[in-house]
Ligand binder design. Sequence first.
Ligand SMILES: [Zn+2]
Length: 280
Amino acid sequence: MIPQLRSITVVCALGAALAACGTGDPAGSVRQTPAKSPVPASRPPVLTPGPGGLTPVFAHGPRTLGKTVALTFDADMTADEGPRAAAGEHFDNPDLIGTLRRLKVPATIFMTGRWADEYPTEARSLGHDPQFEVANHSYSHYAFTSDCYGLPTVDPGKMRSDVERAYASLHNAGVPHALPYFRFPGGCYDQRALRALSGLGVTAVQWDVVSGDAFATDADAVTRQVLDGVKPGSVVVMHCTRSAAPTTERVVRAVVPELRKRGYRFVKVSELIGETSGHR
Ligand SMILES: [Zn+2]
């Protein structure tokens, strides 16, 4: 479908750039930390698994239950990007988070474990703020399919432990209740990847609106793409990584008041999943 094709173009640029940033230890070669359960005390809604416990996939909420929209922000950091962060590159974006707080926009952050390791104070702050929910974007931001826009690939036998390791990093950083939602790096998945994560209790979360903020330099173009794409129940994918998505804070300042003017209410992904699963 068309939104998927648009997403491929955008994520391709991101994947290519990430792939070009050097070779490090593959995700699976690092020491594994015992996993914490991904299920928080509040029991957020999840989708029912498929046959054999297959990980369910969510892309957007109901189209007929009112004008709700979920902004989602990926906190990408690939396992081998530590030296770039040490050299001063910002994989975080405090101004964007500040703007979301000022505008009182609930949002869902898909955080890599590597990002939580690098920015534990920010991870903790997000994890304790009821305006946000923090979910899992893998430990290493390596791909879960063999062909994902040039991203390094997680060994199939290490997929599950990569996700568990991310939950452990989030917990260690001070995120008390990371949600049982997982976003595949690059949005790339197949049946093997869904099977590999079976039993973890996570719902895979994709999107139906690509903001196009990755490596964008034209905030107006990104804003138009979001406004053109949003429908009731939409999930918008954006990034909270300043170096990879430098226009996103400006885009949020433009998109939020306009969507509110059009009657939209901002919600977290859990609310849309709850509506989809009949959980109110
Ligand atoms: Zn990502």
